[in-house]
Design a protein around this ligand. Structure first.
Ligand code: PEP
Length: 248
């Protein structure tokens, strides 16, 4: 059975006390290790000490150490008991110019260092409108993820996040999400075989909230969610978690 993962991407939100309080609220309704919180790097050490939910980093640099001012290495994250990372979020791609080449290096570094990763992919609106979305997303996977050898894929989850749905309130319909998730699984199957493809958790992200979560999670190939805005409210996140576990 595939892991049902619910990941909170807190982005550059929450002051320290607010982050600690939100973590406390989450841990009152769950101790499920498949609930993952991607917080600001500043709070990772402190949050990781609590040990009840999984804590991950929103970003890191692929080199081990050295003259990379302002960056954080995987070794440093590990020394703070963090071993989960997000890679390829569209905000990193668009605002911080992370190319497929950089993302490929990040994926390779994370895998080599034994980290678990969520690899984000997704198309912009014009690509969706021109109906090239499947090709576009599969290409993102081929360029930066499909080099990982099959025996390492238990470290990988994928998040499909159509860019036009992130933070816009414009969620993909369940048909649109299921189509893309199925195509992603087919691409994995084509490259690595069906057995591996069936084991990979593919999460949906993009304006997922307590109102639309049930419908999205009811799709056969949607194995969880990567949640931005709605993960900043404990009640909303709790409802989304309930939707995920009640349905599968
Ligand atoms: C995200 O940025 O990963 C995300 C899914 O954001 P939102 O839920 O706010 O659209």
């Amino acid at each position: 059975m595939r892991k049902k993962i619910l990941a909170a991407n807190w982005k550059m939100n929450l002051l320290r006390n607010e982050a600690l309080e939100l973590y406390r609220q989450f841990s009152q309704f769950t101790d499920n290790q498949n609930v993952q919180i991607y917080s600001s790097a500043l709070y990772l050490t402190e949050l990781a000490q609590y040990n009840s939910l999984t804590i991950g980093a929103q970003n890191f640099y692929f080199e081990n150490a050295g003259a990379f001012t302002g960056e954080i290495s995987l070794n440093q994250l590990r020394s703070c008991n963090v071993n989960h990372v997000l890679i390829g979020h569209s905000e990193r791609r668009q605002l911080f110019a992370e190319t497929d080449e950089i993302l490929r290096k990040k994926v390779d570094a994370a895998i080599e260092n034994g980290f678990n990763l969520i690899f984000c992919c997704g198309e912009p609106l014009d690509i969706r409108q021109s109906e090239n979305h499947v090709e576009y997303v599969v290409n993102q996977l081929e360029l930066a993820l499909f080099q990982v050898p099959s025996e390492k894929w238990d470290q990988i989850a994928i998040a499909y996040e159509p860019i036009w749905a992130i933070g816009t309130g414009m969620t993909a319909t369940s048909e649109q999400a299921e189509e893309m998730h199925r195509e992603i699984r087919t691409a994995i199957s084509y490259k690595f075989g069906n057995e591996l493809a069936e084991k990979v958790s593919i999460l949906y992200g993009g304006s997922c909230n307590e109102k639309n979560a049930s419908e999205l999670f009811a799709c056969e190939n949607v194995d969880g969610g990567l949640i931005g805005g709605a993960s900043l409210k404990s009640e909303s996140f709790h409802e989304i978690l309930k939707a995920l576990y009640e349905l599968h």
